[in-house]
Write a protein that binds this ligand. Structure first.
Ligand SMILES: Nc1ncnc2c1ncn2[C@@H]1O[C@H](COP(=O)(O)OP(=O)(O)OP(=O)(O)O)[C@@H](O)[C@H]1O
Length: 285
């Protein structure tokens, strides 16, 4: 649906985005993970075309409509939910009428808060209204920047249900940036890890446990190779990441020579990636 090729963004000689390559596929949910300042919000801004990046963003379909919830949703405190959404639609030159607004408020679970002023909403309700705003115009790509920010566990669950429900009903591509690994892992198909403006790893969210080890020799078999994600450090030492199931399948393969295998949870994998210089390599050596 959208392909990024060598996307970079620099401010005063500082690389905020550094040569990002990725493909966002239709109907998939991506979890964008990385520490404060990694460049997640800036990547969203590149997708929204609101910063002057270098490189290219190709839209597979000319009709890609992007909805966004970036940083804290901004609304007028003294206007009601309905008034705020209608005003946003008029600013954004979108079609809007009572039935569209009522439907959106229904979708995000705010039908009873229609006429409440924004300032009277709880944090969770404000985030939901932010999602309603993002859904205006029926986007096929939805960018959610920390949608569970400031929410209590019930609020997080409600937001997750909303994302899941919206997904079931509509085949949207969704990119969610979050610091809450467990929460985001419940809805994500693919994780995109970022560090210092770089995309350092893209991996499917299939398993709870990841096996990380040092590689001395990679199997020749190309089908087997496809299952193995390879990383390298700045000294060109090679490492693998495999799901536990795939590791158990491959561990006795003759030409797979490895050492120092560790079992990592998503949280431990994240900590390892963020505290080292490991980066995914696309080509096999
Ligand atoms: N226009 C800009 N001018 C200068 N610095 C910028 C600009 N935009 C972003 N930055 C810097 O780029 C880095 C990445 O910021 P960004 O907001 O994208 O990170 P993030 O991964 O979303 O962080 P967080 O998790 O805290 O939201 C930060 O160091 C930020 O200060």
């Amino acid at each position: 649906m959208i392909t990024l090729k060598n996307v970079s963004f620099e401010v005063e000689g500082h690389n905020i985005l550094n040569d990002i390559n990725m493909e966002l596929k239709g109907g998939k949910v991506y979890g964008l993970l990385g520490p404060n300042g990694a460049g997640k919000t800036t990547l969203f801004k590149a997708l929204l075309d609101i910063i002057e990046y270098k490189g290219e963003v190709f839209k597979g379909d000319a009709n890609v409509i992007i909805g966004k919830l970036i940083e804290y949703p901004s609304f007028y405190p003294n206007l009601t939910c309905v008034e705020n959404l209608k005003l946003h639609a008029s600013y954004a030159d979108m079609e809007c009428n009572d039935s569209i607004v009522n439907h959106l408020l229904e979708v995000v679970g705010l039908p009873d808060a229609k006429h409440k002023k924004f300032k009277e909403l709880s944090m969770g309700m404000k985030q939901r209204l932010g999602v309603a705003k993002a859904l205006m115009g029926n986007p096929n790509l939805l960018l959610l920047d920390e949608p569970t920010n400031g929410l209590d566990p019930m609020g997080m669950k409600d937001m997750r249900n909303l994302i899941e429900q919206d997904l079931k009903d509509n085949q949207r591509t969704i990119v969610i940036s979050s610091h809450n690994l467990n929460e985001v892992s419940l809805v994500t198909d693919t994780f995109l890890f970022m560090r210092n403006g770089k995309k350092i790893l893209e991996i499917d969210n299939k398993e709870d446990i990841y096996m990380l080890g040092s590689v001395q020799q990679i199997p020749e078999n190309t089908i087997i190779k496809q299952d193995i994600t390879l990383l390298k450090d700045s000294k060109d030492n090679l490492y693998f990441i495999l799901s536990e199931i795939n590791f158990n399948k491959l561990k006795t393969t003759n030409d797979f020579v490895y050492s120092d295998v560790e079992k990592l949870t998503l949280e431990n994998l994240y900590i390892r990636l963020m505290s080292t210089d490991l980066i995914e390599v696309k080509s096999y050596v």
